[in-house]
Design a protein around this ligand. Structure first.
Ligand SMILES: Cc1ncc(COP(=O)(O)O)c(C=O)c1O
Length: 338
């Protein structure tokens, strides 16, 4: 893990540097404009900030000379937890700022993001509409039921069309232009989402951190953290789904369009996705239980458990030099617990 060869970093060239500086400046101007409104929205929804950092004690890690800190982003809000709030913060402000009365988004039927958008819209008096991947079900699952109780409407999109409609950066679908609507992409992973995630790094300046870890689904969280790394810091994002190359391309594209792809050291570890999105194995379930009894912290099986399992494995197999301090981001995650 100490080998920089596996981390990614785009070598700067003059045109790219200029392009990225302009993109970064544009995002800074926009978020500065949205800042006061975003702060007001944070208060209205009742988001608990800043989130605490706790040290996780484990003799198997300290024997290796490795410290592990956990940023408890899961404590922000019962439904708008962790990276969900970070990614929605400026998107909600942009929606209100543009005078839109409806939040439109897309995602899987068991999605933390869908639930978070429904809850945010409900709290702010905005209508919400979600395009859900897959066939229309006979009944609503607990996630969609909860979202519908908060007023969310659904449209179902066949799996084969969903990706092209909602994940393609080159083929924006017509929901982007729906009247009075503000479109939040799947997972909340756009430039404003990246900026919001990056803010969590400002809450960590008193800690001396070598390596950051987060789970990776759509790539926005990884891109947001990577955008704020300084000199020798690195990020390991643990894939929660099968997405070799795809996830790398998503993170790179987001970092580039937000003006941050240069000289940041990040990698995606694909070794702990346990067979794919929402797949689990008895080993992972046992790990969640053991982690809870040791630290009294709940991990979800879809994202945060895969990250902590992978991190634990890497530390115990001696992949980090003694003296390394690692900060893992607990990104919340509730739907896997329903
Ligand atoms: C709880 C949780 N953690 C991590 C992730 C992954 O974040 P991202 O989609 O930004 O890669 C998600 C999904 O978005 C999530 O719901």
């Amino acid at each position: 893990m100490d080998s920089p060869a596996r981390t990614r970093s785009v070598p700067p060239d003059e045109i790219n540097v200029r392009r990225e500086l302009l993109a970064r400046k544009a995002l800074l101007v926009e978020t500065e404009h949205l800042g006061p409104l975003a702060a007001q929205i944070q208060q209205t929804i009742g988001i608990e900030m800043p989130t605490p950092v706790v040290e996780l004690g484990d003799p198997r890690w300290s024997d290796r000379g490795v410290r592990v800190l956990l940023k408890r982003e899961d404590l922000t809000h019962p439904l708008i937890r962790g990276n969900k709030w970070r990614k929605l913060k400026y998107n909600l402000a942009a929606c209100v700022d543009r005078g839109c009365s409806r939040l439109v988004t897309a995602g899987g039927a068991f999605s933390n993001h869908i639930l978070a958008v429904a809850a945010a819209g409900h709290a702010l008096g905005l209508d919400t509409l979600a395009f859900i991947r897959g066939e229309s079900p006979n009944g609503l699952n607990p996630v969609l039921l909860k979202a519908s109780q908060m007023g969310m409407q659904f449209r179902y999109v066949q799996r084969q069309d969903f990706h092209a409609m909602f994940y393609s950066r080159t083929q924006p679908c017509n929901v982007f232009t729906m009247q009075d609507s503000y479109f939040v992409p799947a997972g909340g992973s756009n430039e404003l989402g990246l900026f919001g995630v990056g803010e969590l790094m400002q809450e960590l300046t008193e800690h001396c951190i070598d390596i950051f870890c987060c789970p990776c689904g759509t790539g926005g969280t990884a891109a947001g953290i990577a955008s704020q790394l300084i000199s020798n810091q690195r990020l390991i994002a643990f894939a929660a789904l099968k997405g070799q190359n795809y996830l790398e391309n998503e993170v790179t594209a987001l970092l580039t369009s937000a003006g941050h792809s240069m000289n940041v050291q990040w990698m995606i570890n694909h070794d702990f996705q346990f067979g794919g999105y929402a797949r689990t194995k008895p080993d992972l379930v046992a790990f969640i239980r053991a982690f809870h009894s040791q630290h009294a912290i709940q991990l979800d099986p879809i994202y945060t458990a895969k990250m902590m399992y992978g991190l634990d494995y890497l530390i115990r197999s001696g992949q980090f030099a003694p003296g390394t301090t690692i900060l893992a981001v607990h990104t919340g995650g509730i739907v896997g617990l329903f």
